[in-house]
Write a protein that binds this ligand. Structure first.
Ligand code: PBG
Length: 331
């Protein structure tokens, strides 16, 4: 006799729905948006299906879609005028910078939408690294000062959450101090605590124009500041440091290739945990779908639910809008 027959609970769609352990809700998502200088621009990003470069005046359509889908937050990435890029990345904290203007515009369009901003210098430096260089390295402590100024300028424009992604040591405490000093005690920090030096960022770097421009030695990549994909225990150390420095939320990035790390952070820390379903992870499914190798929508939902199952509370995903619009609350 077979006593246990797990298949009993898989017999029908409703039974399966009753015993389903994880769901995707609109509130689980943060939607990334790329903003560019200029006027009247809504240009498809070749490397990222369904994503656009928007000039600030063109944001209303996408913001409407985000609000209608019930997504509570957007994450802004800025592409500054290339002429403003310099060794320090100092265009990152201009009052009239593209991100600062976008924050103000979005707060007018949708005052209750949570506006998060990427705080990193790679799109603002002429060498494409996440901070000014010192010999063959990114100068950690000099970068911190610029990141703090950048975060304050975002807060001044109305950002609710700043998200430092440069993997500089001490970035959370430097930004916290900068914000508090200007009386932005209520602006939260979502730290990209555990960010790996990953190949899966390829399509994003194309979209953001933020690839390292140097082809030699330790400057040809970001391995001197982003984590080694082989390391698991070190993720706990990085997260603990950010918790100590006052991070409000933690992030693991990428997501799919690092589900073990998401699970580890969920078990060991009690802060909201965000996972970044990155550009390469998104585009692999899109590309495979185009080749007729799999069903894109189903594979995308399966990817996203696996990220939740691993322990993420929130997911940053380029697929958020299309998935929610297709599902209309059905998963
Ligand atoms: C900037 C940044 C990157 C991503 C988010 N913020 C690129 C990088 O570190 O090179 C990648 C996002 C994605 O691939 O979707 N530091």
């Amino acid at each position: 006799m077979i006593t246990h027959r797990p298949r009993r609970l898989r017999k029908s769609a409703n039974l399966r729905a009753l015993v389903r352990e994880h769901h995707l809700h609109p509130e689980d998502f943060i939607y990334p948006i790329f903003v560019v200088e200029g006027v009247g621009i809504k240009k498809p990003i070749g490397s990222l299906d369904g994503q656009f470069h928007f000039s600030v005046d063109q944001l209303s359509e996408v913001i409407d879609r985000v609000v209608k889908a019930g997504i509570p937050a957007v994450l802004l990435f800025g592409l500054p005028d290339p002429a403003l890029k310099n060794e320090l990345g100092s265009a990152a904290f201009l009052k009239e910078g593209v991100v600062q203007r976008a924050i103000r515009a979005i707060k007018k369009l949708a005052p209750t939408l949570v506006v998060m901003t990427d705080v990193c210098l790679c799109a603002y430096t002429n060498h494409g690294h996440c901070g000014p260089l010192l010999d063959t390295r990114v100068d950690n402590d000099k970068t911190l000062k610029i990141l703090a100024k950048m975060a304050v300028s975002h807060a001044q424009a109305g950002a609710d959450v700043v998200a430092p992604s440069g993997m500089m040591d001490g970035m959370v405490s430097a930004i916290r101090a900068g914000l508090d000093d200007q009386a932005f005690m209520d602006v939260a920090i979502l730290s990209y605590s555990v960010k790996y030096a990953s190949s899966f960022y390829g399509p994003f770097r194309d979209a953001a124009g933020s690839s390292p421009q140097v082809c030699e030695g330790e400057l040809a990549h970001r391995k001197t500041y982003q984590m080694d994909p082989a390391n698991r225990r070190e993720a706990l150390k990085e997260a603990a440091l950010d918790v100590d420095q006052g991070a409000d939320m933690l992030m693991v990035k990428p997501a799919l290739a690092y589900l073990d790390v998401i699970s580890d952070l969920k078990t060991n820390f009690n802060l909201p945990l965000v996972a970044y379903h990155v550009s390469g992870e998104f585009m692999m499914v899109k590309a495979a779908g185009k080749l007729g190798l799999l069903n894109t929508d189903q594979a995308m939902v399966e990817s996203l639910i696996s990220i939740k199952r691993a322990g993420a509370d929130l997911i940053i995903s380029y697929a958020a809008l299309e998935v929610l619009e297709t599902l209309k609350g059905r998963v």
